[in-house]
Design a protein around this ligand. Structure first.
Ligand code: SAM
Length: 341
């Protein structure tokens, strides 16, 4: 029996790979931009006896409640250890770090483990899971204004179609968007069960339901709504350059993404910081002065990619054990300067 709001502990994704990304560094301070239940953070504390300061950002105050005792237990007896819990969006990591000290601290290691936590999914009344009856909320930040219910019942069919296609990678986005609009015309869609029912009408090749990999037909709709409600891609795109800027010289940033659009944003932000052109740059590259542009990019280089240009993937053993790890990709970057060069 437990008084904890979430019944299941979060299993940190790609833990071994994250720890080895930071293993070569002398990590005196660590910023976790997605603290969650503190799984990665407490393991970082355990793996780095030199680690004295942990900053933990999360939009969800429940995360801090769960993470704090876990991190403190990992640091038990470590003299001078400090934990700063920062409640807010990682998009605001600059001002959040600014509240700690002036000038703001420069962490040696920064982690972003994107998306939703298993505790959030497992809490029925937050509406993240099609397997649990609950209101269609899906806000990671309980004080944010927009809920999934509002998106579903007020956005146009075209907008719903766009998020289903782009965020949900739903091949049948037109069909599903139509169904959602038809369902809400009968009565507003207010619960996860109602939403599953509305999507469940979708026919794939004459058959009801299951996608090619045996995923539940509502999976992609739930994902699309969650990404839209939390404006996840824009927040990430805004946060990446600031996370790179916040790093101490020689420090490393590791990002675990779960969606191809997220990974693309990480890849491009990293490429740019490493002085390499991104696809968005290409048309500029072919403009009037291609070489001047490349020189400019090289001159603005602040970091190098760790490993190669390809992301690190979870082991087969991990994906077998934890289905949530299946789509995970890890990219690591090292800031220039410091002793790491
Ligand atoms: N690494 C954590 C662990 O091992 O326990 C789990 C992190 S979980 C996958 C992601 C967490 O990031 C969630 O708690 C979520 O509330 C938080 N989060 C998602 N987007 C955020 C954002 N834009 N700003 C701050 N926190 C965010």
């Amino acid at each position: 029996p437990s008084a904890e709001p979430y019944p299941y502990p979060h299993v940190p994704v790609m833990l071994r790979e994250v720890l080895s990304a930071f293993a070569p560094l002398h990590v005196t301070s660590y910023l976790d931009c997605t603290l969650g239940a503190g799984g990665h953070a407490s393991e970082m504390v355990a793996a780095h006896p030199e680690l004295l300061t942990v900053y933990g950002i999360d939009v969800d105050p429940t995360a801090h409640t769960l993470a704090e005792p876990r991190i403190r237990a990992a640091a038990a007896g470590r003299e001078g250890f400090g934990l700063r819990l920062l409640r807010g969006n990682y998009r605001d990591l600059r001002p959040l770090l600014g509240t700690v000290s002036s000038p703001p601290p420069q962490p040696t290691a920064i982690l972003m483990d994107l998306g939703v936590s298993s505790m959030q999914i497992d809490t029925a009344d937050r509406g993240f899971s099609f397997m649990r009856e609950g209101p269609l909320d899906m806000r990671m930040d309980p004080t944010a204004p927009l809920s999934a219910e509002e998106v579903l019942n007020t956005w146009s069919e075209a907008e719903l179609g766009r998020i289903l296609r782009d965020y949900g990678e739903e091949k049948l986005w037109r069909v599903v968007a139509r169904r959602l609009v038809q369902a809400r015309e009968v009565e507003p869609i207010r619960t996860t069960t109602q939403l599953v029912k509305a999507v469940g009408h979708t026919q794939i090749g004459g058959k009801l339901g299951k996608g090619p990999k045996g995923v539940h037909p509502a999976t992609r709709t739930f994902q699309a709504l969650r990404i839209a409600v939390n404006d996840e891609l824009r927040r990430l795109e805004q946060a990446l350059p600031d996370a790179i800027a916040a790093l101490a010289p020689g420090g490393r940033l590791a990002v675990i993404s779960f969606h191809s659009l997220e990974d693309r944003l990480v890849k491009h932000a990293f490429a740019r910081a490493a002085g390499r052109p991104t696809p968005e740059d290409e048309h500029r590259t072919y403009g009037a002065d291609k070489f001047a542009f490349l020189d400019e990019l090289e001159a603005s280089r602040v970091a190098v990619l760790v490993g190669n240009q390809k992301p690190v993937l979870p082991s087969e053993e991990e994906t077998a054990r934890n289905p949530r790890a299946r789509s995970a990709k890890l990219r690591v970057l090292q800031k220039l300067g410091g002793s790491g060069d």
